[in-house]
Design a protein around this ligand. Structure first.
Ligand code: PAF
Length: 276
């Protein structure tokens, strides 16, 4: 695996075609590696980027303490058969005077995560657009764990006509259901045990749907589960349309349960298809 830190070196080593791309912020876990495996299977040449993107963090968020371990990440990606790792500095990605932003408007970016983290999706869309233009992939891989992010990127790609396919890859979970996330390292052992409550609430909503209950009842089941863990302060729990993310009053195929909120030491997010 070649490791490059500059745009010039990236350009020099990129093939003209056949590139599968996995953008990440590093501190890799099995979820990231499942994206890499999928990219490996579907593309002759795999590029991974590691870049903790300051534009997508709000004031008071964890940009400065976001976990970083490039050496370990590099070893994991080498073993996973990645061809090229692009790990630019902030100055390389956003040279002095960089002033452009990519904005996807509408409910996809104003609801849910967009409401709790204003400007977040503009930061994500800006860095992903810039990375797509630098790496020129045929396919790009994103985890379903950040389901809203996946939809925002799909929308940007469709609207702006980026010539690539966006591939969503299922969430990887710990045995007890906790969705893998680089931020799980912030969890104390006690909170770690309670952190499964997000998945438990999603499962309760799915089970309610399976039993023939309506959307309102299913949501109430999920809320009951969350209320059992008072240390968890939900930002939202909702049952939404899988493409528009608008709240549902009746079941539609693929209806998605979404949940996010805070434990004292970390904010967590999860989602699940709750209605087939
Ligand atoms: O999902 C992430 O890790 C980031 O939001 C992404 C897509 C790499 C953009 O910085």
């Amino acid at each position: 695996m070649k490791v490059v830190r500059t745009v010039a070196d990236l350009r020099a080593l990129l093939p003209r075609e056949g590139v599968g791309f996995v953008p990440t912020m590093g501190y890799l876990h099995r979820g990231h590696l499942s994206l890499v495996e999928r990219a490996r299977r579907e593309n002759p040449f795999v590029v991974v980027s590691i870049f903790v993107n300051p534009l997508q963090f709000g004031p008071g968020e964890d940009y400065h303490r976001y976990p970083r371990d490039l050496e370990r990440d590099q070893a994991l990606l080498g073993e996973a058969g990645v061809d090229l790792l692009f790990a630019p500095s902030v100055e390389e990605m956003y040279p002095r005077g960089f002033a452009s932003r990519v904005l996807v408007e509408g409910p996809l970016t104003t609801l849910w995560e967009g409401e709790v983290r204003p400007g977040h999706f503009q930061g994500v869309a800006t860095v992903v657009a810039r990375l797509f233009l630098l790496v020129r992939p045929e396919r790009a891989y994103f985890g379903e764990k950040d389901y809203q992010q996946l939809l925002v990127i799909r929308k940007m790609v469709r609207d702006l006509g980026f010539p690539l396919e966006v591939v969503g890859v299922p969430t990887v979970r710990e045995e007890d259901g906790l969705a893998l996330s680089s931020r799980n390292v912030y969890l104390s052992p006690e909170t770690r045990r309670k952190a499964t409550v997000l998945y438990q609430a999603l499962l309760a909503m799915k089970e309610a749907a399976r039993m023939g209950k309506g959307v309102g009842e299913a949501l109430a089941e999920g809320e009951r589960v969350l209320a059992q863990v008072p240390e968890f302060r939900p930002d939202y729990l909702a049952i939404v349309h899988p493409e528009t993310l608008l709240p549902l009053s009746r079941w539609v195929p693929g209806a998605r349960g979404i949940v996010a909120g805070r434990f004292p030491e970390v904010r967590l997010i999860d989602n699940l298809e709750v209605y087939p």
